[in-house]
Ligand binder design. Structure first.
Ligand SMILES: NC(=O)c1ccc[n+]([C@@H]2O[C@H](COP(=O)([O-])OP(=O)(O)OC[C@H]3O[C@@H](n4cnc5c(N)ncnc54)[C@H](O)[C@@H]3O)[C@@H](O)[C@H]2O)c1
Length: 439
């Protein structure tokens, strides 16, 4: 198959990865965004997000990638028009589809050929039906519509796009769905062909289930703390059951990011708007909110009142491998600490919270953040923190206490290095037993 001509609306996280990966697969791609400064930066070869390997991928495919703010230029000659604009939450918890509707409205009336509008953005079930009706109302019968949701995870986005577990394609017209499925023909991935609504629901239900697993293991962790079990051993023992699998069973201080919180909220609202109370999902959301705050109790247990204490928050991004701060648990944690009167010193290798947390001090190094601190909290499991429990850190801290919000350190080693240690769902004292071993 020779390369197709693809327009991608939205040069954000998903749009950039989608565009660059399609170019790598041999397609001609035009990325269109409404932000002139973003397009200008991309034209200069600057990648506005941190995603490992993305700058090299864009550079390698420069001949097949163009950037524009102009709708007509993007759509001209395109066979497929991808929508990869943001769908953030509204105050009601529903998805804000205004950017999606703008793209639909921006499509030219005088198309002289058939194009396929492909939805990559995560949208509520029923959006495809509404867009189809709007296109029909405008007389745009020669614009097809296909749902092709994206499952990539930030930090591993290129691998996830090029080696996906599956590609989901839901179309009204089989020929349009064929055209989208063909784009991925060089990839070794199962293609799930379905109707539009089911494709939309596969995306929403997948994120809801992954979030449910995280909130489930976090509740197990909270019970472990009360009964003296170690959740890391419990998760390992559970995960070896092939019916369960080991993924998304890591206890911690809750999930964040641009997808899970908004997508599960959108599904909860969608269910409610359709007359169904999605009780389980409400609990998943509530557990996650409470989980972000549990570190405060652990700090108070060791330090008493937090007013006047100095707390180092190590890691700001919602997970390692990205500078994305959307819905990052660090923001809730820092705000709670500041409200308690603590001094907050933060460190992250790539993310910044200077604007989001103006009263916290953002440090350039781990050493600077922990200097004189009464506690160090691991918020994001950056590999730079693997050796945190070392003599230099112990010497620099006013009080050698490590709260490991991601269970990334070995408690026995941390305690042997002279620190007090608190994980999530792990005994707060030495048990004499290590993590679970299999053999
Ligand atoms: N980020 C992820 O990990 C991820 C993973 C899977 C799915 N998704 C979904 O993909 C969609 C995009 O997410 P994102 O993280 O890339 O968002 P983003 O906010 O990083 O990027 C959206 C981009 O769209 C641009 N835009 C807005 N209106 C436009 C228009 N009319 N024409 C062209 N561009 C326009 C914005 O300027 C912005 O650059 C969302 O629906 C999200 O839920 C995201």
């Amino acid at each position: 198959m020779s390369g197709r001509r693809i327009a991608v609306f939205g040069a954000g996280y998903v749009g950039l990865v989608t565009g660059a990966c399609f170019a790598e697969l041999g397609h001609q791609v035009v990325l269109r965004d409404v932000l002139p400064e973003k397009i200008a930066a991309l034209e200069r070869g600057e990648i506005p997000i941190y995603e490992p390997g993305l700058d090299e991928l864009v550079e390698r495919n420069r001949e097949r990638l163009r950037f524009t703010t102009d709708v007509a230029e993007a759509v001209e000659g395109a066979e497929l028009v991808y929508v990869a604009v943001g769908t953030p939450p509204t105050y009601s918890g529903d998805a804000d589809l205004s950017a999606v509707w703008t793209v639909v409205d921006e499509l030219p009336d005088d198309l002289d050929r058939r194009i396929v509008l492909v939805m990559k953005s995560t949208v509520p079930v029923g959006t495809g039906d509404k867009v189809r009706a709007a296109l029909d109302a405008r007389g745009l019968k020669n614009v097809g519509y296909v749902s092709n949701p994206e499952f990539l995870a930030e930090g591993t986005a290129l691998h996830d796009f090029m080696a996906p577990d599956r590609v989901v394609v839901g179309g009204f017209d089989p020929a349009d769905a064929d055209a989208v499925a063909e784009l991925y023909s060089k990839l070794d991935a199962p293609i799930v062909r379905t109707d539009v609504s089911s494709a939309e629901m596969i995306k929403m239900a997948s994120n809801a289930f992954l979030s449910t697993r995280i909130s489930f293991i976090n509740e197990i962790a909270n019970v472990c703390e009360l009964v003296g079990a170690d959740v890391t051993a419990v998760a390992e023992g559970m995960g070896l059951d092939h019916r369960l699998g080991k993924h998304f069973l890591k206890a911690g201080i809750g999930f964040g990011g641009s997808c899970f919180p908004k997508d599960i909220s959108a599904l909860k609202q969608l269910a409610g708007n359709s007359g169904y109370h999605f009780q389980l999902l409400s609990s998943v959301i509530e557990v996650n909110e409470l989980q972000k705050r549990r570190v405060i109790g652990k700090l108070q247990k060791h330090l008493g009142r937090l007013r006047g204490t100095r707390i180092a928050l190590l890691g700001l991004a919602f997970k390692p491998g990205t500078d994305d701060m959307r819905e990052a648990p660090s923001l809730v944690l820092a705000s709670r600490l500041l409200a308690e009167g603590a001094q907050v010193r933060t460190w992250d290798p790539v993310a910044s919270a200077v604007d989001l947390l103006p009263t916290a001090t953002q440090c350039d190094s781990i050493e600077e953040a922990i200097d004189g601190a009464n506690a160090a909290v691991i918020v994001t499991e950056w590999s730079e923190l693997a050796d945190l429990a070392n003599p230099d850190v112990r010497e620099r801290m006013a009080n050698p206490l490590i709260i490991d919000g991601r269970n990334m350190l070995d408690p026995a080693k941390v305690r042997a290095a002279g620190f007090a240690y608190e994980g999530i769902g792990r005994p707060s004292h030495e048990t004499g037993l290590g993590a679970a071993t299999t053999g």
